[in-house]
Structure formats: structure tokens, C-alpha cells
Design a protein. Sequence first.
Lengths: 272, 225
Amino acid sequence: MRKLFLFLLMGVLLIAASGCQAQEVKKPIRMSTTTSVNDSGLMAYLQPEFEKETGYKLEITSAGTGAAIKKGETGDADILLVHAKSSEEAFIAQGFEEVRVPFMYNFFVIVGPADDPAGVKGSATAADAFKAIAAKGATFVTRGDKSGTNTAELKIWKDAGLAPDPATDTWYKNIGAGMGQALNTASELQAYTISDKATYLANKGNLEILLEDVADMKNTYSLIAISTKRFAETNIKGAEVFIDWIKTEKARDLIAKFGVDKYSQALFFNPD
Amino acid sequence: MQEVLYQLFGPNPELREIIGLTLVMSVLSTVISAAIGIPLGTWLGLTAFKGKKTWLKVNSTLMGLPPVLVGLLVFLLLSHSGPLGKLSLLFSLPAMVIAQVILISPIITGMTANLIALNANAINETCLGLGIRPGKKLVLVLQDFKRDYLLNILAGFGRSIAEVGAVQMVGGNIQYKTRVMTTAIMMETNMGQFEKALALGLVLLVIAFVVNFAVQSIRPRISND
């Protein structure tokens, strides 16, 4: 009995040891991404292909860009997929990043009620559209969550020479939430908001695209691998494998085709 | 923490307004739920009738209703494309109170029914002996058990003030309108501002403590009269 027990114990230990070894070779990659990328379904679409080809496992968590970047600062992620230039630069200035590559881009869209009370349609720039919304005092939902989309929105207000304040401008509703919820809220309130196109197409509600394809609404995503100098246990190897994979023809092709069958248009574009 | 203390006592009233709204919402939800749950629970505890067991089982299931499910149902109900969309109640204080009443009244009902059922025999016998009418009996029980009721009501209040899933969905966390403590904590966490989220959590804990302490300290006075 005792012998059998020892035998079993050794077996278990052996299996456990071999398991550890396998893990050390290909540790799961902890990816922290923004809600817009995750809500669009892009990562769920790329993940199985990546895992099949490289043998790495991806563990994806999604949050607004603010929180997504924070996970890099606290050592809870190996690679970030984010889209807010100013927060990214602040992050890099603190020495957290090992590699940063431009990943892909798409365009923000201004969406709102079909009857377009502020007359946003046909504006030359997003800033002009925002001026029209403010002049009319038409309801506008802002995410107010320091996400990439929120950062982009605030920059457009700045370019428009405006600074709406939710405390005094009651038409400017700050909901402190993700893109999906912002679209739900805007749809219910028949309000304007700014969204990445992919999330909007996945969750249209009673809203229509009123302005798109203008220069000041380009939305660039970056991949940032977290430096091992800050966190020794960071899976830098896995992060670099992902960065290399995303540059392959196969991956570029997958990204270019994403959403085409469902929406008859590409949602994300590869950098040149 | 410093930032939160500054917001708490500084010139900007936003955090104080959030706390005020949190209290208004929780107190309203609790009072309405108590107005439903206390009489209903007392009646359930005292009265024997066919199907009572089923009713109690249904109620105890409702006591564990997932807030996100209630949030979703109330959202769909009040949505502009929903049956009550005409009322334009979504993303407002009443919407949050409606969701919370659905969550809390089964809790108060269940706890009250349980409490009264434990004493039902004694109550029924005494009332029978004294020849007290059923209507009068209910009133007497309500008076006699008020300090025990208070604990049930506080349990409901605790659920109300701590709940986040339902109020996020039907309130929408709109700044200066429907943002309460729990949704603010969620938001700060999602933004990666963990320190601020934690400090707000502590403030919420202190509020819950103060309310409980205040209510519990009036208990002896009630029990003396």
C-alpha cells in the first residue's frame, strides 16, 4: 500500500514537473486591451489563429485605455494594445515599455439620432461637427473614462476651441463608462456621441453615422511590450512573438478581412 | 486618499452630491421596500393558507435575485423601445429606485416572514385568548416587533447602498445626475485609478457604518416605550 502510494506520488510529481517545464517554455501572454478592440470581436477572431500557429496562449483582459495601461504599470500585463497617444507617451516616459509598434488604425465616427438636430452631416471636420452640437445644445454623451476614445473626443473639443463642462452644460452627459454602454445610453437619450466604427457597427441601437472619414478622426492602435527592467517575470518573449506574428502576411490579411463578411466593409486597417 | 479628502471637504460639491444621491436613493428604496415587505412578511408569517410554502420558496429565490438580471429587466422595461419607454424614466433616480425595490423587498419580506413565523404560535394563541380581531392583530404585531423589523430594514438598506450592477445599468452613471458611490468606484477602477477607487470605497464604508450606528442607537429608545 505504502509502495503504491509512493509510486503514485512520484507519478504526480513527474507530471507536475513536466507541466511546469512546458509552461516555462511557453508562458501564457497576458494582454491588456481597450474595450473597443475587445467589444468589436477582433481579438476573439485573431486569438485562435495566433494560438494555433505559435503555440502560445493569450489571456486577454479588457478595460478603458486608462486602466489597460495601468495593468502595464502594475506588472499585470505583458503586452498592451491601446490607442491613446498622450497616455501612451506618459507611460513610455516612465520607462515601462520595451518595444512599441504601431499596430493598426481605423476611424472614429460621430453617431447620433437619424434626424440630426444639430446638422452634423456634411461637416468638414469633427471639430466643426462638435461646434454645431454645442451651438445647438444637442445632447452629447461623453465616456469620461480616460479611454482612448475619450482622449480623442477631448482633443476634438479642444481643437474646436470649446470645453463643455458637465456641471453647467446639461446637454453634455458624462457617464464614465465603456463604449458599448455609451452607445446604449446615447441611443436611449437620442444623443450624439463619438465611437470607434467597429464597436458602433456591432451595437448600432437607434443611432446613425453622421460623420466619418475626416482627417481629425483617425484612430491609431499601438502594441506595447512591457519591459522586463520593471518586472522581471514579464513574458517579454511571448509579447515579442505576438508582435512578430501580427506583422506576418497571414495576420495582416486576417485583420484586413475582419468584419467584411458581416458589415461589407473593413473595420481595421494595417499600417503601411 | 488626500485627493478624496479634498473632494469631500473642498469647494467642489461633486463628491458630496454623489454621497447625497446615494443616500436619497438607498433611503427611498429601503423605505418603499419596507412598506411592502414588512406588512407582507408579517401577514405571511402569521397566516396559514394553501400554497404558502410555495410562496415562501418563490420569495426566498427572489431574495437571491442577481442585480444584473434585475438591472437588465428594468432597463428593457424602461427603454424607449420598451413597454414603459413613454415615461422616459431610464437613466434617472426613479429607475434606480425601481430596480432596487425589486431587489430589496423580497429580502425584507423573507426575513420578516421568518421572524414572525418563529413567534406565530404564541401570537395567534394570545390573540385568540384575548379575542383580538385579525386586523387589529396585524397592527399589534407591527407595533410589538418594531425593533426586530428595524434590523430587517437595515439589511435591506445595506443591500441597497452596496449594490452596483443594477444601478449602473438603469442609472447609467451620468455625472451630476445618476452617479452614486458604487458606480463611481467601478468607474475609477475601470480607469485604473485604484487609489481613488479605494478611498471612495472607504468613504462608502464610513457612510454605511454611520447610518447603521445611528439607526441602531435609536433601538433602546423604541424598546422602552
